[in-house]
Design a protein around this ligand. Structure first.
Ligand code: SIN
Length: 271
């Protein structure tokens, strides 16, 4: 893929690219937006450095990809801004008992239409390092399954129970175990440790064994990229084909920023 208006540096063979030669504090040209869409589809998570964006620039970037998603479910470790529920603060310090996203997960997979993607901007990082985020490619995880396992999983669906992450009254929805990305058409594994409770069509013991295998498989380092935050960095992940996990190794130090999610366009498609 060749890019004429932005610089795209691939970080691993399976997932992740850093985007340079772009200023997200200013309006973007059509060409920049087009190339961002291409890089996003190709690399599944794209990273930006040294972008001191305000809430308006953050929302403007998200809106180039769709409407803004509002969190479903009663509570989590991130907090909506009082006047802008589509922006959530992720602020953790010496008073925190938990942080958002410590388990491998897909954001809001319990929703009938999970978000298309999430854009996390971190302005304050812990002074001694730490607070990295891991991302994993569910395309690569799918491709590495044996042909027998691919056939077995192909027609199954699983329940995504929001109560696992967000407490009582969170949504519960079923999605295909193997989904097809609506833009790239590629197949991917669509179950995650954070929210998937069971596979619907098989007995509970079988579901537990298969999900346990899949969670370990999806978390293999072979298809991961690890992002080390600096102040004013951004990670923008495709929530339809990745898992991610936040590392909380910086207590009692502060890590702080804001996250916006983009509305999905359709429920996950059976592959
Ligand atoms: C999340 O799961 O959205 C949080 C990710 C992070 O804080 O790195």
């Amino acid at each position: 893929m060749s890019y004429s208006s932005i610089k795209v540096t691939t970080l691993t063979p399976h997932i992740g690219a850093e985007i340079g030669d772009i200023d997200l504090t200013k309006p973007l040209s059509n060409r920049e937006v087009e190339e961002l869409h291409e890089a996003f589809a190709a690399h599944q998570v794209i990273f930006f450095r040294d972008q001191k964006i305000d809430h308006e620039a953050h929302k403007a970037l998200a809106r180039h990809f769709g409407d803004l998603h509002i969190h479903v479910g009663p509570s989590t470790e991130s907090r909506p801004l009082p006047d802008q529920p589509e922006i959530r603060a992720l602020h953790f310090d010496e008073t925190s008992e938990k942080v958002a996203g410590e388990r491998w997960h897909t954001d809001q997979s319990c929703a009938p239409i999970p978000p298309l993607g999430s854009i996390l901007y971190i302005h304050t990082v812990p002074p001694d390092g730490g607070g990295d985020t891991l991302f994993a490619s569910m395309y690569a995880a799918y491709e590495a399954l044996s042909p027998h396992m691919k056939t077995y999983l192909q027609s199954l669906t699983a329940t995504h129970d929001g109560r696992r992450a967000f407490g009582p009254n969170a949504p519960i929805n079923s999605h295909p175990v193997i989904a097809k990305h609506p833009v790239t058409g590629k197949k991917l594994i669509f179950v995650n440790r954070g929210q998937t409770s069971h596979i619907n069509e098989v007995p509970p013991e079988e579901s537990e064994a298969i999900l346990s295998f899949l969670y370990q498989h999806c978390a293999r380092p072979d298809w991961q990229v690890r992002f080390h935050w600096r102040p004013h960095s951004i990670a923008f992940w495709d929530n339809r084909c990745t898992h991610h996990k936040a590392i909380w190794d910086y207590y009692p130090n502060v890590r702080s920023g804001f996250r916006i999610q983009i509305k999905g366009t359709q429920p996950p498609i059976a592959a």
